[in-house]
Design a protein around this ligand. Sequence first.
Ligand code: COA
Length: 181
Amino acid sequence: MSAFPSPVIHSARLELREYEPDDAGLVLELLGGSEPEALPPGAPSDPAEVPAWLADGASRGRREGTSLHLMMLDSANDRIVGSIGLFHADWDVRSVEIGYGVRGDERGKGYATEALAAVARWVLTEGGVQRAWLTANTDNVASVRVAEKAGFHREGTLRRTGLEDDGLHDQALFSLLDDDL
Ligand SMILES: CC(C)(COP(=O)(O)OP(=O)(O)OC[C@H]1O[C@@H](n2cnc3c(N)ncnc32)[C@H](O)[C@@H]1OP(=O)(O)O)[C@@H](O)C(=O)NCCC(=O)NCCS
């Protein structure tokens, strides 16, 4: 097994880093706005469960070598604007999936694009990976635009692979290789 290091990545407006045990205040502020898509998968919606998640669950994927959850922290306002994660690490192929979400009141300001470009560059140079990939539902125009603007290459369409509450969606498959940087 291999594993990701715990990075602190800086972009123009963001600090991208792991959720730490003393981040309860930041997370509770975000939960108050009911923004589940801005927190990593597996994060609690119940404020009472936040300390336990921060103490263990938030970093478990990194410890197990499978994933890495990072907050998008607005450096100027000390406020979480979203989350970006690495998933499905394959240490034989040296590939990883990237996923992201931004809180509703911060969308359309370029945060997801800024975070994706910075995290992809980090993982392809320092994270031990040669291929970063992501899928976006073809009708999720914002997510498709984010991948394009961050320089990812569209490889094709996976038909009916995305299951959402309203049913199955086609997904666009994107990738960025270390050679593309
Ligand atoms: C997808 C998401 C992360 C984008 O975050 P963001 O910070 O708003 O993204 P950015 O501001 O970097 O870029 C968004 C782009 O989409 C465009 N866009 C957004 N909604 C759009 C729409 N309905 N039609 C056309 N373009 C749209 C924006 O104009 C912008 O492109 P531009 O700079 O060329 O104008 C955010 O909408 C989100 O969290 N959605 C819910 C979770 C999700 O879908 N995650 C991705 C799963 S693959």
